[in-house]
Design a protein around this ligand. Structure first.
Ligand SMILES: *Cc1c(COP(=O)(O)O)cnc(C)c1O
Ligand code: SF4
Length: 347
């Protein structure tokens, strides 16, 4: 486990001449790299996509225009510690703001790995009381940080408490542990996730190289316990802003029985401008994937609107209306006419 600037140098991941740069960034944003992720890095490749995600860069200290501490406006929708309630039917529950690895582009980077990162007992009880009192909450999304860093006992408590709330029908966990620290997904953790309710696990994965044999085995342990797996990916310059890389990632996930769920446009988090692609570029990539790759491998390309207005799909539309009816464009760019319903014109 690597956490300090000196350890990055000792492990040969950065040149000794960059120690001060590493120290400068580490003072502001947490650093952590598991042995599994460190082992995937090729130190001789200055553009290594795994290093880009986890090894700090001095660029993080440059704040670009429009970047904000809370890029998706979570504070506004947090009625009490550990809860974000933006959409009527679902809440985020954040029991722990620590992660197995610290992604350099993280949208919660100003909130995580600070003092009080683990939600205390009194706050947990207040969070559960909130969920119990709000009968419109159909789904609880347990996120963080990374909830799989909790002990199996603590995780089991969360699952059992949610099991006991009748209106909560779906429990969802968001995690990077199955890839970043696969051995943590052991029998005790899998047992803790045993629930009578639908329980989904969404795994954060950005590059096909993260899908190692051990990650595959960890995913297999969850799947054999009857847990459906989904993935979410952040579109990142220098990591996966390439049609072949995205294709390999989504094919590999799908073949591992992990259904690609979201492709996130990178958020406006502080010091992350070097990771952001343009939206036009993202649309070009997803359009090409749609034309060439199995429908099972297609995530929804979404933007979380700054200010807390929610996620919206932003893939290019391939249909438009003209005076003749609907004009639909196929995967090769050819246009076809589809009749409008007479009732659409009646109004
Ligand atoms: C992303 C997010 C969700 C989950 O959204 P889905 O589209 O259901 O995956 C819920 N609440 C908040 C505040 C979110 O940011
Ligand atoms: S695992 Fe998620 S919450 Fe943790 S640093 Fe990465 S993006 Fe942020």
């Amino acid at each position: 486990m690597i956490r300090r600037a000196e350890e990055l140098v000792a492990a040969g991941l950065v040149a000794p001449g960059r120690l001060d740069e590493m120290r400068g960034v580490a003072e502001k944003f947490a650093v952590a790299l598991t042995d599994e992720m460190a082992a995937l890095i090729d130190p001789s490749d200055p553009k290594d996509p795994i290093a880009a995600q986890f090894v700090p860069s001095g660029k993080e200290l440059e704040s670009a225009k429009d970047e904000v501490a809370d890029p998706i406006g979570e504070e506004r929708f947090s009625p009490l510690p550990g809860i974000v309630h933006r959409h009527r039917d679902r809440v985020l529950l954040k029991p722990i703001l620590l992660c197995p690895v610290y992604c350099r582009f993280c949208f919660r980077r100003e909130a995580i790995a600070k003092e009080g990162a683990v939600l205390g007992r009194a706050d947990r009880e207040r969070a559960f009381a909130y969920i119990r009192e709000h009968s419109e909450i159909w789904e609880v999304i347990v996120t963080g940080g990374d909830p799989f860093l909790l002990s199996p006992r603590r995780l089991g408590e969360i699952v059992r408490t949610l099991d006991g709330i009748a209106h909560v029908e779906v429990i969802r966990f968001h995690t990077r542990v199955p890839l970043a620290d696969p051995s943590r997904v052991n029998a005790a953790l899998v047992r803790a996730l045993g629930s009578e309710k639908a329980l989904y696990v969404v795994i954060h994965a950005n590059h096909p190289r993260e899908l190692t044999r051990s990650a595959q085995e960890a995913a297999g342990r969850l799947i054999r316990a009857g847990i459906p797996l989904l993935s979410q990916t952040v579109l990142l310059r220098g990591v996966n802003d390439d049609a072949a890389v995205l294709e390999a990632l989504f094919r590999k996930l799908t073949a591992m029985r992990i259904k690609p769920y979201y492709l996130h446009h990178a958020d406006l988090a502080p010091g992350t401008h070097h990771f952001r692609t343009g939206i036009e570029e993202g649309r070009r990539l997803v359009r090409r994937l749609r034309a060439e790759v199995s429908g099972l491998c297609q995530p929804t390309y979404v933007l979380d609107i700054p200010g807390g207005y929610g996620k919206v799909p932003i893939a290019p539309s391939q249909i438009e209306r003209d005076e003749r009816g609907w004009v639909v464009e196929d995967g090769c760019g050819h246009r076809h006419l589809y009749p409008a319903d007479p009732a659409e014109d009646a109004g």
